[in-house]
Design a protein around this ligand. Sequence first.
Ligand SMILES: NC(=O)c1ccc[n+]([C@@H]2O[C@H](COP(=O)([O-])OP(=O)(O)OC[C@H]3O[C@@H](n4cnc5c(N)ncnc54)[C@H](OP(=O)(O)O)[C@@H]3O)[C@@H](O)[C@H]2O)c1
Length: 365
Amino acid sequence: MYIGSISTVRPRNRVVLASAASVAAVLLIGLAAFSFWPTHQAEPVSITPTPTAKLNSGHHIPLLGLGTSGATGQAATDAIVSAVAMGYRHIDTAAMYGNEADIGKALSAIFKEGFKREDLWVTTKLRTEDHAQRDVEPALRASLERLQLDYVDLFLVHWPVTNHPGPTLDPPMQETWAGMEGVAKKGLARSIGISNQSPEKIEKWFSNVTIYPAVNQIEMHPDWRNDRVLEFCKSKGIHVTAYAPMSSPGTMSKTGQHVPNLQEDPTILEIASNTNSTPQQVLLRWGLQHGDNEHVSVIPKSANPDHQKGNFGALQGTLSEDDFATISGFKFQQRFFIGAGGFINKDGPWYTYKDLWDEDPPENP
Ligand SMILES: NC(=O)c1ccc[n+]([C@@H]2O[C@H](COP(=O)([O-])OP(=O)(O)OC[C@H]3O[C@@H](n4cnc5c(N)ncnc54)[C@H](OP(=O)(O)O)[C@@H]3O)[C@@H](O)[C@H]2O)c1
């Protein structure tokens, strides 16, 4: 399935429509920079189609989207404008990222230009402090207001974590999920899902729900294949979105963790060189092929238009079977987003790595 292969963009008076001067400036720069965006004609314009996967909710998620964690302010607004102009049709944000209002500015300007809401997929996520059933809808409504949207395509419970220490998850996930089902039934979120959840937690919490999670957004890259969770999700019809698909060097350097940067891995660099690709394209192609171009979407973050353009180019190629097998055989395996800094907490409910992830930390040589 493909969406967005044709986008009808009706040219209108940009100066009048882009109400905030800063947004107008960004848009004008963005529109000038990408030649497909119509400046004078009223005809539909062909753009690069983004492959999609059908979720258990019936909706189609574009398999390559734009991550936005760490991009705030004008940089986030500019990033959305440039990405949509060059063909991205899937934006991933979260209340926790503090950039929904910046993204909303860009979306508002883009839609005023005539871009159709239904041609864009927007995901946001519930904060850990909003897990009480009564808080879920107000939290989503606040996100929608910041994003200047009537609905999101996907609303995720960001972490199986709340702000209440103690021996058990409080409020319980069943209560949070009842709130999530409520916003889905009201059409405020077209699909609902989870993030950072293990097979055991999914079995425990979601076996008797009315609306089954459509997506589990999890860490996934060649140094953390996460096959156990992927295989479980596939068996249950839950689509996986791979976060940190390029090993998140920006976030990792801020956390001070010493983990490999796959964008500089010698094997990745060699495959990139042999295939006339960028290392980032190799990593993103691996992510898509790891899900058989169906079960996994990837959401590379970049606020740099040149990087965005290169990353989007990952859709135009595939790894050979040999290259895919080589990357899939990386011996070093380690979760980079381990939940330190509060999510694994001496006061509970997840006292240890194993409590949060329901598996032992991998042993590396
Ligand atoms: N659900 C969760 O708990 C969770 C956790 C983490 C992330 N996420 C989502 O997943 C998205 C992606 O993960 P991520 O942002 O952590 O990591 P990532 O996409 O693996 O890596 C992003 C980093 O790579 C750089 N980069 C991107 N393209 C590049 C290129 N072509 N050349 C050189 N550098 C490049 C970016 O810098 P520039 O901006 O300078 O290009 C940024 O520092 C996030 O943005 C967020 O939306 C979700």
